[in-house]
Design a binder for this molecule. Structure first.
Ligand SMILES: NC(=O)CC[C@H](N)C(=O)O
Length: 304
């Protein structure tokens, strides 16, 4: 029997002592309205038990973590045809890097760098009747929580400063890999990134990836094979140019966001969500990575 609560308590004790908590993302100005000392973890076992520590019930901006949820919805709607428009290779580059996209003629390396997520957003805009409302309902549905919502100020803040994402979308358009208007696709993308969730809600939202495609309410939302493939992409691409380091330190598929959240999971066992808003140089939560390294070491559980 693993003493999960003791493990989470001891991680909390050790990370709150850290002097260097990283840097809060400021390129989206509205993201700076958080306290660098905020820290929470929520662990959801596939067997149903839950454990948490710290601010695990405080909503934060999930940012790029949303790219896994948009990919899941696109795969369940469109199936394998999405792979005609993007690849599944790690990019070895920052999430907002553009030169590879030009070299590779508008085919993004994977769905978790910004250009890849923008292609997925385009697919959803083409396939959903009311894209923003339908995506929100999907996330509420798989999580079993209707209180989840977009933070409209964060979406607006990114719209006003998202020049790099406008560049990515226009480059995709120039290669005919964006079918809708740049404005419509980015409006959807900025909202999906502006979803606010707590660590507890994130663990519940990601339950289907640990549970062979079946969500918390035990409804099939993805096939087993789709869940397996999404986990593989999280492992190889979930942390951009730090994916190797995350596999090395933590050893789980996962996804980060510049709001300081990280979700990771062990198939058939658990989902764990961590939030600490200070980021390292690669744009991933500094203490979040440390906490997860300690978790898989102390619990002796990883995919390796
Ligand atoms: N890594 C991230 O979380 C980046 C997401 C952010 N919305 C962006 O496009 O820049």
């Amino acid at each position: 029997m693993i003493e999960y609560q003791n493990i989470l308590d001891s991680i909390n004790q050790s990370v709150i002592k850290e002097q260097n908590k990283g840097t809060i993302a400021s390129y989206i100005p509205e993201l700076t309205n958080v306290d660098i000392n905020d820290f929470g973890i929520h662990l959801q076992l596939v067997s149903g038990e839950q454990f948490s520590v710290g601010n695990s019930h405080q909503p934060f901006s999930i940012q790029s973590i949303s790219k896994v949820l948009s990919l899941a919805l696109a795969m369940s709607q469109v199936g394998t045809a999405i792979w005609e428009r993007l690849d599944v290779e790690p990019s070895g580059n920052p999430f907002n890097h553009l030169s590879l996209l030009e070299l590779e003629e508008g085919i993004p390396r994977n769905p978790f760098i910004n250009s890849g997520a923008i292609v997925i957003a385009d697919i959803l805009v083409s396939n959903l009747k009311n894209p923003k409302a339908d995506f929100l309902n999907y996330v509420r549905d798989i999580t079993g929580d209707n209180s989840i919502d977009y933070n409209y100020k964060v979406a607006q803040s990114e719209k006003e400063t998202g020049f790099n994402n406008y560049a990515a979308a226009n480059l995709l358009k120039s290669f005919n890999n964006l079918h809708n208007d740049v404005e419509d696709v980015l409006d959807f993308y900025f909202h999906q990134c502006a979803l606010e969730m707590t660590c507890q809600q994130l663990s519940k939202a990601f339950f289907l990836f640990a549970n062979k495609g079946n969500c918390l309410a035990n409804k099939a939302r993805l096939t087993k094979s789709q869940a397996k493939r999404i986990n593989a992409i999280m492992l190889t691409c979930g942390f951009y140019d730090e994916a190797g380091e995350f596999a090395f330190e933590v050893g789980l598929p996962g996804k980060s966001g510049v709001g300081g959240g990280i979700v990771a999971l062990l198939p058939n066992q658990f989902v764990i969500s961590v939030w600490s808003p200070g980021l390292n140089e690669r744009g991933n939560s500094k203490l979040g990575m440390q906490a997860l390294e300690q978790f898989t070491t102390l619990a002796n559980q990883s995919i390796f």
